[in-house]
Design a protein around this ligand. Structure first.
Ligand code: GLV
Ligand code: MN
Ligand code: MN
Length: 411
């Protein structure tokens, strides 16, 4: 099987310009013009390959190569094309366009699958708009209640319900998105590692065995505003300062955790009114907490919640805290992991079993299907930055392995 790596690289590069910001910056926030245009672009590529393209009520795209035995559950692959602000070109995209290149190679080799093969382009793997990641795959797996999903709001106060009504028209039918356990015979996601281990060790393929457990807290702090010159220091209830202390306590909680893999980040910090001569009366924070060890992650989360209460009480500001998600880690299917490892070896690629510290749609697909992931190295482990880079050759290897595994699983 020959991967058309030049075609694949060109496709990756042409998606870069479908962005809310000029290249090399990629920003494709859910439902932005760039996100909608990128979906259209990918749908067209799927049509070009004569795949049967459908879309569910939350915008997950399914592109199917029908197998010869329609009774068999399909094999699925895929990832996402939305991107956080100031991102690069490979996160998610390699798993979508790489899957297309794998299907092209399988077609060109005259392979005829018995199981259907389905490419899934998941809606909003990134949490930027609604604060919660893996929106599409969460709904597919049934981990997120449709009513809860529809009520999620973005920074402008617009709900998912409102967005779906505006884009698709009519009442959103999110209940129809969930799929039963066993609906896929397997799910394999190709992705850049987003960490430094493969690149540092000079290893060509990462075989993911488990995915770390993420949680997200949204904190709304309300203090008291006023004139920056006139409000006496002793009378202040500054929402920003409470938020700043909270952000420091988030760092401390992760550093002091006994767990090696504990990480915690305050990635969103917005203040109002945002004027130099006005005491901030409101601060909105979003805090991302992860660990490979679930009880350690929950202990960090609890510690942060206690700190929020203590800090806000001392500063006499109020805090409304919502846990947007508190997910368990995923364990990949041991049989699939073995197939990936053996296939990598048969193609002559070095490989390493590893943990995914980033989350992926595979985290939720693992709840309904045997799941595994293929990682490829990215330079210096850099990701979620415009200088994210994976070589054409690394992408080719990952794609070749994906094609090989799809061939084995769908035969
Ligand atoms: C995915 O983008 C993550 O934040 O892990
Ligand atoms: Mn990402
Ligand atoms: Mn990703």
């Amino acid at each position: 099987m020959q991967i058309e790596s030049e075609w694949l690289q060109q496709q990756i590069d042409s998606l870069v310009v479908i962005s809310e910001e000029p290249a090399p910056v990629v920003t494709r926030i859910l439902f932005s013009d760039a996100d909608l245009r990128a979906r259209e672009h990918v749908r067209r590529l799927c049509h070009d390959l004569q795949l049967k393209v459908t879309e569910d009520a939350v915008g997950n795209i399914f592109a199917r190569w029908p197998g010869s035995d329609p009774e068999l559950p399909p094999i699925a692959t895929g990832s996402h094309i939305d991107a956080i602000p100031n991102a690069g070109r490979y996160d998610g995209v390699v798993g979508v366009l790489g899957a297309l290149a794998a299907l092209r190679a399988l077609r060109a080799s005259n392979f005829s699958p018995r199981h259907s093969i389905e490419l899934i382009v998941f809606t909003s793997e990134e949490p930027t708009r609604f604060g919660i990641g893996c929106l599409g795959s969460r709904l597919i797996s049934g981990a997120l209640e449709p009513e809860h999903a529809l009520a999620l709001t973005d920074v402008d106060g617009n709900s998912l319900r409102r967005w779906l009504e505006a884009i698709y028209g009519g009442e959103p039918t999110l209940r129809s998105v969930a799929k039963p356990k066993g609906c896929y015979a397997g799910f394999v996601e190709l992705h850049i590692e987003q960490g430094p281990l493969l690149d540092r060790a000079g290893i060509e393929i990462g075989v993911v065995e488990s995915i770390a457990a993420p949680a997200t807290l949204r904190v709304q702090i309300t203090g008291e505003g006023g004139h920056a010159g006139a409000v006496l220091m002793s009378d202040r209830h500054d929402a920003l300062l409470a938020g700043a202390e909270i952000a420091l306590s988030v760092e401390q909680a992760a550093r002091e955790s006994h767990s090696r893999d504990a990480v915690a980040t305050t990635g969103v910090f917005r203040i109002q009114p945002g004027a130099v001569n006005s005491v901030p009366f409101r601060a909105d924070l979003e805090i991302d907490i992860r660990d490979t060890n679930l009880s350690a992650r929950d202990a960090t989360l609890e510690k942060i919640q206690t700190e929020i209460t203590t800090i806000c009480h001392r500063r006499r500001v109020s805090a409304a805290t919502v846990i947007l998600n508190q997910d368990a880690p995923a364990v990949c299917d041991p049989a699939l992991v073995k197939i990936l490892e053996q296939s990598a070896a048969s193609l002559g690629f070095s490989s390493l079993r590893m943990v995914s510290r980033a989350y992926h749609d595979a985290l939720f697909m693992a709840q309904i299907s045997p799941t595994a992931m293929i990682f490829i190295p990215c330079r210096d482990g850099i990701s979620h930055r415009p200088d994210e880079f994976a070589s054409t050759e690394a992408i080719r290897r990952g794609t070749q392995l994906l094609a090989e595994v799809l061939r084995k699983l769908a035969a």
